[in-house]
Design a protein around this ligand. Sequence first.
Ligand code: FAD
Length: 309
Amino acid sequence: MLRQPILLLSRSAQVKKLVSTLPVTSGVVTGYVPGETTDTAVDATRRLVDDGLEVTLDFLGEDTVDAAQAEATVAAYVEVLKALGAAGLTRHAEVSVKLSAIGQALPDHGHKVALENARTICRAARNAGTTVTLDMEDHTTTDSTLAILRDLRKDFPETGAVLQAYLHRTEDDCRSLAYEGSRVRLCKGAYNEPESVAFQDRVDVDKSYVRCLKILLAGDGYPMVATHDPRLVEIASSLASRYGRAQQTYEFQMLYGIRPTEQRRLAEGGDKVRVYVPYGGEWYGYLMRRLAERPQNLSFFLRSLISKK
Ligand SMILES: Cc1cc2nc3c(=O)[nH]c(=O)nc-3n(C[C@H](O)[C@H](O)[C@H](O)COP(=O)(O)OP(=O)(O)OC[C@H]3O[C@@H](n4cnc5c(N)ncnc54)[C@H](O)[C@@H]3O)c2cc1C
């Protein structure tokens, strides 16, 4: 497995310095991130919506250990939500938020700061006519993130959750969250997790994904099936018919730039398909996770670094 070495390499300060000097217009970056500004995010959203797709925007920035930076991230979300509202796009576009980017990792009161900041973003989303989904990060944050979700849902029940099939605990979390009105994104999981908490073998992760899918699709919530895996997409569609779910009572989600033809094919077949669109200056960690998932990308990436295009 190349994933672990790439994720380890991504923590090196020298690699980060080298990669971060790539312009955002470089092919390797624009393949996954449409740009750094609110305007580029709104433009990308409009193009996708015009193609019959839904969007969730992610302002990139994680592991904030500085309250001012967390506030700047909140301001960026408020700004993009207003811009989406002004552009008439909020019926089709929401935002995804990483709690670590809005203060969860701050010493002392991280949990409380992240909750208050998330509330501000949820309020801005509601004012603009849309919703927020809380991304899930590494397993040390799962309990805190689910506790913040529970608190937020008291005032903003439309707030979406994310569960990761690679964690042993996730089937139980699916059972707890499969209730009416509960929006739950199921993904495989993108972090480098230890054996004590997560399945290590891809086959075991896929089997867990199917078990979780069954719980969510048989339940009363709104499942958001986030995967590019063709087998899992097919299994999700047939499970949905088995449980008598109409196409619009769940949705598929894929990342910007990954399997775009499949995104359109599903949408043309009547499925709701939401594209996760990351934007902003802090694209390094996101890019490295995507490269780690697909080692075939690595040679293209190394060539781009050498030619700095
Ligand atoms: C909408 C969305 C939101 C997500 N949110 C979170 C989150 O909050 N927390 C979290 O931990 N993870 C999140 N993820 C990432 C997820 O956990 C996986 O790491 C990622 O989706 C890859 O898994 P996969 O299900 O696509 O299956 P894989 O088995 O990894 O991939 C299946 C196929 O998809 C294609 N593919 C996959 N990745 C790439 C790539 N990088 N480049 C090119 N082709 C590729 C390939 O054809 C591959 O064979 C999210 C994913 C999506 C789609």
